[in-house]
Design a protein around this ligand. Structure first.
Ligand code: ADP
Length: 493
């Protein structure tokens, strides 16, 4: 049998998944494993990088055992972005837990560097924020005894999760990343597409620890049996791409009039901006991918609290038993009863960027019920999405008619219809909900020369389309939301 199976490794924030796809894009096997989240202090989030490697091995071996490694043509990696690992090149041991993208430990350091914010935005397309890798690298080198010296002496390596796993899969042979992941580190110049010497010296990061930066569809190296993977022959790694960029590719491909939103823990709205980075002061400009020698940029609005607001209703308030129940509860009332929820539980991300904002519930009356609260919570996901899409529309002169959606909360039909009505755009949800994994598999399959983008797209059927229904009161609702956002801002000062 000719090798034709493509494997995607989706290394997420809560767990790792391996999926094997047939040459027609059908799922042949899939395995998922969660790993532990560590919260050593309020606002701090860490992962054990070795646990991530062990769990990656488990899910990959599980899938290879089912489909046979000898039938696999290529593997693609997609990953949680920005999360920072530094390890010893000789022992292979991380010097500390990985610092996760959500971790706020370097927020004060970012404030202290505010004089450099404009330079950083110009060079990297990013806001000076603890979200990105640069201050996490700096923190590790400063706080782990001897780390700065060891880094200067070339004994340590840095990587985001893609790089860490690639290094392990190739049994320490390959230390590399791709441009989409590099563009999230805040030390990578998105114009020259090189590590930026000025920023490296600003954050005191020695060049010796940095990975080589490849195109997204490069041949990164080979997965080998020595690394503990169940294969008798090398498996080429033909794609590496950050998770949101992978979802954008799966949903929209190369088209530049397309926009997607992932309704996961947070909300990640992304639009292709074509061959040049677009500059705006409200959104992040980032590299989408470099495929077939063509670099594609993207505009991104990251909203910190999305589906996790529904988790909060379930776990902290206890007003629903499951996330799914929020759908029927919201539909059990005909309106939000005047209640507006601003889910600024960890501050506000795009397009407001106010770390001092805090969660706010307005408009409560004696008649307010948990159904109103559930409905207002779901509506807040739609309002936050509109805030970002309006900012994207102001920056990119494109007529966006359809929003492509994925992620856990895109299963919520109340939310999706409300979103369509609020945006007056069609909402399209694909049948293949694992957009992230599919995106990495598509790029790896194309790079290995056995898939074409058109062919895979033809096999992906749309599952649901929501068309907007005119609601004469919608704009009044949206203006009330905007007033509520102003009240949530400037709180924790
Ligand atoms: P991530 O990849 O960020 O872990 P997922 O895409 O798996 O996130 O989505 C999980 C999130 O979606 C959770 O925060 C959960 O509360 C939310 N969610 C899942 N199903 C629903 C639903 N039917 N309605 C609203 N939110 C939901």
């Amino acid at each position: 049998m000719k090798k034709s199976i493509i494997i995607a490794l989706d290394l997420g924030t809560t767990g790792n998944r391996a999926i094997a796809y047939s040459k027609d894009g059908a799922v042949l096997a899939s395995q998922y494993e969660e790993f532990a989240q560590h919260f050593p202090q309020p606002g701090w989030v860490e992962h054990d990088a070795e646990e991530i490697w062990h769990s990656t091995k488990t899910v990959l071996n599980g899938v290879l055992d089912k489909v046979g490694a000898e039938n696999v043509a290529a593997l693609g990696i997609t990953n949680q972005r920005e999360t920072t690992v530094i390890w010893d090149k000789n022992t292979g041991k991380p010097i500390h837990n990985a610092i996760v993208w959500q971790c706020r430990r370097t927020a004060d350091r970012c404030r202290a560097l505010s004089a450099h914010a404009d330079t950083i935005k110009t060079k990297t397309g990013l806001f000076l924020d603890a979200y990105f890798s640069a201050t996490k690298i700096e923190w590790l080198l400063d706080n782990v005894a001897g780390a700065q010296d060891a880094a200067e002496n070339g004994e340590l390596l840095f990587g985001t999760i893609d790089t860490w796993i690639l290094w392990n899969l190739t049994h320490k042979r390959v230390h590399a990343t791709d441009v989409s992941n590099a563009s999230r580190t805040m030390v990578f110049n998105i114009h020259s597409r090189e590590w930026d010497d000025d920023l490296l010296s600003l954050f005191n990061v020695p060049k010796a620890i940095l990975p080589e930066v490849n195109a997204t569809d490069a041949h990164f190296g080979d997965v080998v049996a020595e690394s503990g993977i169940h294969t008798t022959q090398p498996i080429p790694v033909q794609a590496v791409i950050g998770d949101q960029q992978a979802a954008l590719f799966a949903q929209c491909g190369f088209a530049t009039d397309q926009i997607k939103n992932t309704y996961g823990t947070g909300l990640f709205v992304m639009a292709n901006s074509g061959s040049l980075p677009v500059s705006t002061d409200r959104l992040v400009s980032t590299i989408g991918w470099d495929i077939n020698h063509v670099v594609n940029y993207a505009l991104e609005g990251s909203v910190f609290i999305g589906g996790s607001l529904i988790q909060w209703l379930r776990d902290e308030l206890g007003i629903i038993m499951s996330a799914h129940e929020s759908d029927s509860l919201a539909k059990s009332v005909t309106s939000n009863g005047g209640v507006v929820v601003v889910p600024a539980l960890t501050g506000l991300g795009a397009p407001h960027w106010d770390p001092t904002a805090r969660g706010t519930i307005l408009g409560l009356t004696r008649g307010s019920t948990k159904a109103h609260l559930a409905r207002a919570s779901l509506e807040s996901l739609a309002y936050q999405t509109r805030d970002v899409i309006d900012a994207i529309k102001a920056a990119i002169p494109q007529e966006f008619t359809t929003l492509k959606v994925d992620g856990g909360a895109s299963e919520n039909s109340f939310l999706m219809q409300f979103q369509a009505d609020l945006l007056t755009m069609n909402i399209q949800k694909p049948a293949a909900t694992e957009s992230t994994a599919l995106g990495a598999a598509m790029i790896a399959g194309m790079s290995a020369g056995i898939w074409s983008e058109e062919k895979i797209r033809a096999t992906q059927t749309l599952s649901t389309t929501y068309t907007p229904i005119y609601n004469p009161e919608m704009e009044a609702h949206y203006s009330r939301w905007k007033r509520a956002v102003e009240r949530a801002k400037n709180w924790d000062i």
